[in-house]
Design a protein around this ligand. Structure first.
Ligand code: FAD
Length: 419
């Protein structure tokens, strides 16, 4: 079968109109992913009028295609995050990431979004150095942040949960979890519409005129607003070249097997939690509500194969018993990865805000960033500035050199994974 498992199992989708003509709003949001929709919802709660413009259909970007895994913290890990931003800022960022996971669950409850939410995530060690790294993280988060929801599982105990010889222990995060990403997104879309957000699909912003009241122009219309939020992430293209130069859009793919049935599913995973391994080019997997194994990974360079074959080979290496299982779906999307793996959130001038580059952790982080965008526009920027102060550098050569640099970086990380 072609296309995404999420599209095939999505709840009824509502069509939104195309922008035509001239409109005014307090805030114009560019991009209908989690960031754009959560910011829209939070801004409506604060009393702003909001128009959201989506180039294709809401959820077309990473928000409708991702692994659905909810992790606490940030991609580099908290020890490295503290090295980048300092211990005090790392504590503030940690607290915001804990709030993000709680907020995500609260939003799902408040708007009654049916999206197969499940608790728990395992970070699985493949090598002793992964185990050492995870122990350090657990110890640091407990000491520096008082976090007690991590629990260590030794090799044999973890193998009883995830029946694979590949792993030598795992760190379990009670506050982690997973969901059906597209149904979560569609639920946010319904909630935003009900709250009074004007949503337009097939309305790509082709030009942004900056000024005291910025203007977002599409092929058939334009929106003039007091504030603009750029929430196009890896799909924003060159609308703001300075933003595009600060991340690399990495292709990532997922496969979904045929339904395994309860017996066979439980023979490989005796847990409803999701799993990520600790490689740089990591694999991640979980069972879907209808007992498929969803198995994802980043694009690899060495021995490059088509995503279906590459991921299938990885899945069988993890679970040899699945060698005869059919893969029903394969799909991919773009993950925006920054140089330091921390989100890139900020302002351009006084009235244009942006958020991008969650580096693989955008499912929970987009919730808190959406809230902080609304807080900042409401005049309460203290928490927003915790993110905005994270130092970021553009990739050398800007967008022109991103492709060759990406290949080099992937090669480098694959070689490190192989050691
Ligand atoms: C395969 C894959 C697996 C992933 N797995 C995970 C995971 O397990 N856990 C996790 O936390 N994160 C994961 N991520 C990352 C996560 O999906 C993203 O961080 C998150 O969805 C970003 O949301 P967003 O709203 O910022 O951007 P997006 O969801 O990418 O939305 C941006 C939207 O903006 C629109 N747009 C762009 N330019 C314009 C324009 N000019 N005019 C109008 N609209 C425009 C696009 O069409 C798009 O719909 C994964 C990503 C991928 C691709």
């Amino acid at each position: 079968m072609q296309g995404s498992y999420y599209d095939a199992s999505a709840h009824l989708r509502e069509d939104f109109p195309r922008l035509a003509g001239v409109r005014q709003a307090d805030v114009c949001i560019v991009g209908g992913g989690y960031t754009g929709l959560i910011a829209a919802l939070e801004l409506r709660l604060a009393g702003f009028t909001v128009t959201l413009l989506e180039a294709r259909r809401i959820g077309f970007g990473a928000s409708g295609r991702n692994g659905g895994q909810i992790a606490t913290g940030y991609s580099p890990g908290m020890c490295e995050t503290a090295d980048i931003v300092g211990a005090a800022a790392a504590k503030q960022l940690w607290d915001l990431s804990v709030e993000a996971s709680a907020m995500l669950r609260a939003v799902i409850r408040r708007h009654d979004i049916d999206c197969d939410l499940q608790p728990g995530e395992f970070y699985a060690a493949i090598k002793p150095r992964h185990r050492d790294w995870l122990h350090r993280e657990q110890e640091y988060c407990e000491r520096a942040f008082g976090y007690t929801q991590y629990r260590w599982w030794d090799t044999e105990d973890f193998r009883a949960q995830v029946v694979s010889d590949r792993f030598c222990g795992a760190l379990y995060d009670e506050a982690g979890g997973h969901l059906h990403p597209l149904n979560y997104l569609l639920g946010l879309g319904r909630a935003a519409k009900a709250a009074g957000v004007e949503i337009f699909e097939h309305s790509e912003v082709l030009n942004l005129r900056e000024g005291t009241r910025p203007v977002a122009e599409t092929a058939e219309g334009r929106v003039t607003a007091d504030f603009v939020i750029l929430a196009g992430n890896a799909y924003l293209g060159n609308l703001q070249a300075k933003l595009a130069a600060k991340f690399i859009p990495v292709d990532a793919y997922i496969i979904a097997t045929e339904p395994l049935g309860q017996m066979r599913a439980r023979a490989i995973m005796n847990t409803d939690a999701c799993v990520s391994d600790m490689n740089y080019n990591l694999d991640y997997f979980r069972l879907s509500a209808d007992t498929r194994l969803l198995y994802g990974g980043r694009d690899k360079v060495i021995g490059h194969r088509a995503p279906r074959e590459a991921l299938r080979a990885n899945m069988v290496a993890t679970f040899p018993g699945l060698a005869d299982v059919a893969v029903d779906y394969v799909w991919g999307g773009k993950v925006a990865i920054t140089r330091n793996l921390l989100p890139d959130v900020g302002r351009i001038g006084a009235n244009i805000y942006y958020a991008q580059g969650y580096s693989g952790q955008g499912v929970p982080l987009s919730a808190i960033v959406g809230r902080l965008l609304a807080e900042a526009i409401s005049g309460q920027a203290a928490r927003f500035d915790v993110f905005a102060r994270i130092p970021h550098k553009a990739f050398p050569g800007g967008t022109m050199l991103r492709r060759p640099l990406l290949s080099l970086a992937r090669l480098y990380y694959e070689l490190r994974d192989a050691l």
